[in-house]
Ligand binder design. Structure first.
Ligand SMILES: [Zn+2]
Length: 265
């Protein structure tokens, strides 16, 4: 009798252990799932905030370029006499902050990874515009030509970087859909950036000061680059919104399923 009881006890305790182990496993699994959903949700939310910040920076940059373009309609004499310094400071700061923001967006979206050769393009863009800015800040009049040469050379690469926004992403995106039209705009902007070097160096003669004519091409080209980045970030923002909603829906479905609740359609 006592032997039988012992056997039963042993059986019960074994079943209990298996049950306990199973339930522990289930709770852990459930906890993991919840943690995972929370992690995915937070990641999308973080990206959304960062994209919103950068779209703001680039929109501001667009209007700074528009202001520079308007100010450039004055004669070179007026520019140099009344607002030479803030005009050029805004020019060089704008180019640097644009390259920096563009690089951050490309890395954040995974279009440029740290182990790919494209990262060197980003480094040259940021580094070149930073050198131009620093030299100009050291001594505006002494370093202005050197700063412009560096800036204008880097802007050739900055224009080519726009191709990454079109061809290195989701093939179903709106930007990919209009790729040929956008590529045409980029090629025209690239030719403009190339001509700008010749005009600035007075190889292509103009009736006016070469620098002022080069500025027209510079600011309009930068505004086109701004538009590409703005368009791209807005699409990414929408994507993050969709991702957030999908994660929330999945989490809710799981919760309802666990509680045995079905929603009538
Ligand atoms: Zn200048």
């Amino acid at each position: 009798m006592s032997q039988n009881l012992d056997q039963t006890n042993a059986q019960i305790s074994q079943e209990e252990t298996v049950e306990k182990q199973n339930s522990k496993y289930c709770t852990l699994n459930l906890q993991n799932q919840n943690l995972l959903y929370n992690h995915i949700y937070n990641e999308h939310k973080f990206k959304k905030f960062i994209f919103a910040f950068f779209v703001l920076v680039i929109v501001i940059n667009f209007f700074c370029n528009l202001s520079l373009l308007i100010a450039n309609f004055q004669t070179q004499q007026v520019i140099e006499e009344y607002y030479y310094l803030p005009f050029h400071q805004l020019d060089f700061w704008g180019a640097f902050l644009f390259a920096l923001s563009e690089g951050c967006v490309l890395i954040l979206t995974g279009i440029v990874t740290l182990d790919s050769y494209k990262i060197y393009l980003i480094i040259i863009n940021i580094g070149g515009t930073l050198i131009a800015l620093i030299l100009f800040l050291f001594n505006p009049e002494f370093f202005e030509p050197a700063s412009h040469w560096i800036e204008y050379s880097v802007q050739l690469l900055l224009t080519l970087t726009d191709f990454l926004f079109i061809f290195q992403q989701d093939k179903t995106s709106l930007m990919y859909k209009y790729r040929y039209c956008e590529s045409f705009i980029i090629i025209v902007t690239f030719i403009m950036a190339f001509i700008k070097l010749f005009i600035y160096g007075n190889i292509i003669p103009t009736n006016d000061d070469g620098e002022r004519q080069a500025h027209y091409l510079e600011y309009s080209g930068e505004m086109i680059n701004d538009c590409f980045v703005i368009f791209f970030i807005v699409l990414q923002l929408n994507q993050e919104n969709t991702n957030i909603l999908e994660t929330m829906q999945m989490q809710l479905d799981k919760l309802l399923e666990l509680n045995g609740i079905t929603i009538r359609q």
